[in-house]
Design a protein around this ligand. Structure first.
Ligand code: G6P
Length: 608
């Protein structure tokens, strides 16, 4: 992960670099740093912790250079100390890095034997020394970078700044994203277009293996084969999005509350509301009737969206769906049907494991459909077809609106596949579309329970462990609920299929264990009630997320009910996400946790 920035301009750049880093903080926030050239000399400021610590340092010791690089870190190699913070530098070159240099140990040994002295615990420092070594042998900065890059194994996006070179920035990309921005007498490098949005909307995305030399007016790209290449100029939409919290205390709260709107927007993109049918906003580059199997891969919250979609696709399209977390899928050498469809699900479109899963599937002849929020991302660019989620930028590290928009797109896709394969009648499609159209209203209704949900937070905040239970699509939602709670409150939580409770986790239940049951009034509700009885019989504290019918028919002593509006059950996971997210949010806020930037996490995970 980590976010990197480079700016070359005619005016001091430190403030702008910090502004860009603020927009990249979602990629990591363990430490931050920047380097500029002060009268030609490489000068750094670095600070452990959040970006505000670096800003404070810059207030005390400002930098005035008109060329510089910056970094916000998610630690992989070495603790998040100031000494390990980027940029890493020698006398001749400074570098910022996103990714992992896998062969750093051997390079470090080799360079140490040649007299280089290392001062950090990072993998990145070898890059600075490798380039330095080439510079010392008389090469120019560009020649030095060209010689060093092929020696690096792993994944990286890099930006280099050179002592005495006031008119030169170099960027390189392999497996981690990097964009070039074009300004007026200014050029930019950034991990994404969002970081550069305040300065320019004219962007080129680097391809894997590219490196680029920037001066104040132009960019010269070289590809992995050493050929000079051009990369298309695109207009980025990123500047259209305001990155602020509105009237909310946290981005997460804002993003939870945006859901009725963004789910509505996504539905409008995928449905023909007047005809009551799904109309995909793209042509499928394959015949759905010929598809024999679907494979889904994703990470984190996106994986749970995929898991819910499996229920829908199998039911509507009668296609077997296999799903695996991308970090496992990419290495387990899964056999793939020649007529298979691979669906990757990712907010960022950059998650390293998911991207590797996509590439594996591509090599194995799959059609690739990506459900992504960032349509300019690497996954989007490497897919046969993109199914965009229209959530807008998601800043809170814990995913909320991206999740429900992923579910919305996947629901529409499942219906479209069912229709195209003849496994779903137009009448059933109409009913399902009516149910989908009702969702934004139901989500808004669910949002009205916020005060009641907040009132549960003080008691739940005392719990050491929390169990989430659900059946059917509520089971993956239970997994997501537990993930949400652990990532922002640091309370240990587990999600279980309600029917699996008796096979182990029931041993954990006592008076101190809150058990949150996600139980829409659906065809498996009665089964879930039996599992609730089992919890009640052992003194567990039951909190039901369900409607009036569920509360009435549950027939057990409940500690609390989070009352949901009555709804058709098929897509209930989309509306039931609201109380699940609000509950985690309010518990974490009550505990005084940093909900937008939880410890140890990052939003975009571009390392394995
Ligand atoms: C990180 C984030 C999660 C996210 C996961 C996958 O772990 O903290 O919120 O679900 O990455 O990210 P993606 O961008 O691929 O959806």
């Amino acid at each position: 992960m980590c976010g990197i920035v480079g700016i070359i301009a005619n005016e001091p750049v430190a403030e702008k670099i910090v502004e860009a880093l603020r927009r990249l903080e979602y990629r990591g926030y363990d430490s931050a740093g920047l380097a500029t050239l002060e009268q030609g000399h490489l000068t750094r400021r670095r600070a452990a912790g959040k970006l505000k610590n670096l800003e404070e340092k810059l207030r005390q010791e400002p930098l005035h250079g008109t060329i510089g690089i910056g970094h916000t870190r998610w630690a992989t190699h070495g603790r998040p100390t100031e000494n390990n913070a980027h940029p890493h530098a020698t006398k001749r070159v400074a570098v910022v890095h996103n990714g992992i240099i896998e062969n750093f140990r051997e390079l470090r040994e080799e360079l140490t034997a040649q007299g280089h002295v290392f001062v950090s615990e990072t993998d990145t420092e070898v890059v600075a020394h490798l380039v330095d070594h080439e510079l010392q042998s008389g090469k120019s900065p560009s020649e030095a970078v060209a010689a060093a890059l092929p020696r690096l194994r792993g994944a990286f996006a890099l930006a280099f700044l050179f002592e005495g070179a006031e008119g030169l920035l170099i960027g390189a990309r392999l497996g981690a994203p990097l964009a070039v921005g074009y300004g007026t007498d200014a050029m930019y490098l950034g991990s994404d277009a969002l970081a550069l949005a305040p300065f320019t909307d004219r962007i080129s995305y680097m391809e894997d293996g590219d490196w680029v030399v920037l001066d104040r007016n132009s960019a010269h790209f070289t590809n992995a084969k050493g050929q000079s290449v051009t990369r298309p100029h695109l207009r980025s939409q990123a500047s259209a999005f305001l990155i602020d919290k509105g009237n909310h205390r946290h981005f997460m709260a804002k993003e939870i509350h945006e859901q009725p709107e963004v789910v509505g927007r996504t539905l409008a993109h995928y449905l023909d509301m007047s005809q009551g049918c799904v109309r995909l906003p793209f042509d499928l580059p394959f015949d759905p009737a010929q598809i024999s199997r679907i494979t889904i891969t994703a990470c984190g919250t996106a994986f749970f969206a995929g898991l819910i979609a499996k229920y829908w696709i199998e039911r509507f399209a009668r296609l077997p769906v296999e799903i695996d977390v991308a970090s496992e899928f990419r290495y387990r050498e899964a056999p793939m049907d020649p007529q298979g469809l691979m669906i990757v699900v990712s907010q960022s479109g950059e998650t390293a494991d998911t991207l590797a899963g996509l590439r594996y599937a591509k090599q194995n002849g799959q059609n690739i459909l990506s459900v992504v929020n960032v349509t300019t991302s690497t996954m989007a660019r490497e897919s046969d077809v993109i199914a965009p989620t229209l959530a807008g930028p998601e800043i809170g590290v814990a995913s909320t609106k991206a999740f429900t928009c992923q579910l919305t797109v996947l629901a529409c896709l499942a219906v479209a596949l069912g229709r195209a394969r003849g496994t779903l009648s137009p009448e059933v499609e109409k009913t399902l579309v009516t149910e989908l159209i009702a969702l934004p209203g139901l989500m808004a209704e669910a949002m009205k329970r916020e005060a009641a949900i907040e009132s549960l937070a003080p008691a739940l905040a005392k719990a050491k462990d929390v169990l989430y239970l659900g059946r059917g699509t509520s089971y993956p939602l239970a997994l997501e609920g537990a993930l949400k709670l652990k990532e922002i409150s640091y309370i240990h939580a587990e999600g279980y299929a309600a029917g699996e409770l008796k096979h182990g986790p029931i041993a954990l239940i006592d008076e101190a264990m809150p058990v949150i049951v996600i139980a829409p009034f659906d065809h498996v509700f009665e089964k879930t009630v039996s599992n609730m009885q089992e919890v009640a019989a052992r003194g567990g504290k039951l909190i039901l997320i369900g409607d009036d019918n569920a509360e009435r028919d549950s027939a057990v002593a409940l500690q609390a009910t989070i009352k949901m509006p009555t709804m058709a059950p098929t897509f209930s996971a989309i509306a039931y996400s609201i109380p699940v997210q609000l509950l985690a949010y309010h518990i974490a806020v009550f505990m005084g946790k940093d909900v937008d930037q939880p410890r140890n996490l990052a939003k975009s995970v571009t390392v394995e």
